[in-house]
Design a binder for this molecule. Structure first.
Ligand SMILES: [Cu+2]
Length: 254
């Protein structure tokens, strides 16, 4: 059973289905060939050992080629869906998708640490490094029906940002800033797990995505932005500076 899908991007589910059923078909063929071999070449049927390969078995090379073509098709299908998520993941592409559906885009930074997640928001003004920036621990609050662009990094060791309900899983790597996006559809609470063995406390490195209605989200935003107990600017740890540097670099090259 797959976890409840809380996003409307069907690509990952479809590619899992294709791989799963593909493997079932390949598996059935393999067992048929195996069973045929057991029957055809049993000691009872072949009292004298043959020193040559029967022609029927030479033709099986075509089966190998068929499997190879099937693998290439699987790869192509997966690349097609993953390209949406991991290549066309820049601000402009995400904004374009959101605009087509009249949806909001929420920008978040996610930082993995032993053993918790930190989430940063630009706050109601939408600008980073201003006084209304928001920092939260372990709970990622989002509005429903919004596109969410998450920049992921880690502060110490490798972690993996895993949102099973949103079909997102991506490594959080110290010194590297990776972007993933997804769309929220339904309100509710969903699990965030760390999917990379990151130390003794790995098992308890879990958080929660809380998807609120648009109205409740706006209220939450106003509420927390006014009294964020830690200011973004006061953070000097490595994870945040990585995100800053990446931003500055991309601004310089533009
Ligand atoms: Cu972790």
């Amino acid at each position: 059973m797959r976890p409840l899908r809380a996003t409307d991007y069907p690509g990952i589910d479809l590619s899992i289905d294709i791989v799963l059923w593909g493997i079932v078909i390949v598996g059935i063929f393999s067992f048929i060939i195996l069973a045929y071999g057991l029957w055809r070449f049993s000691a009872k049927r072949n009292p004298v050992a043959s020193r040559t390969i029967p022609p029927a078995f030479r033709r099986l090379v075509f089966l190998d080629i068929a499997v190879l073509i099937f693998d290439i098709v699987l790869l192509a299908v997966n690349i097609y869906f993953w390209a949406d998520l991991f290549i066309e993941n820049d601000d402009a592409s995400i904004q374009e998708r959101a605009a087509a559906e009249n949806a909001e885009v929420v920008y978040v930074k996610a930082i993995g640490r032993q053993f918790f997640w930190t989430f940063l928001y630009p706050g109601p003004d939408g600008q980073w490094n201003t006084n209304d920036d928001i920092i939260r621990g372990n709970t990622l609050v989002l509005p429903a029906n919004a596109y969410v662009a998450v920049d992921i990094t880690a502060n110490d060791v490798l972690h993996s940002f895993f949102l099973p309900n949103f079909r997102i899983k991506y490594d959080a790597i110290p010194g590297i800033n990776t972007r993933v996006w997804f769309k929220t559809t339904r309100e509710g609470k969903y699990e965030i797990a760390c999917a990379e063995l990151c130390g003794a406390g790995h098992y308890k490195m879990r958080g929660e995505v809380e998807v609120l209605s648009q109205k409740n989200y706006q209220e939450w935003l106003q509420q927390v932005s006014g009294n964020s107990y830690l200011r973004y600017a006061s953070l000097t740890t490595q994870g945040e500076s990585t995100l800053h540097n990446n931003e500055q670099n991309s601004e310089e090259t533009e």
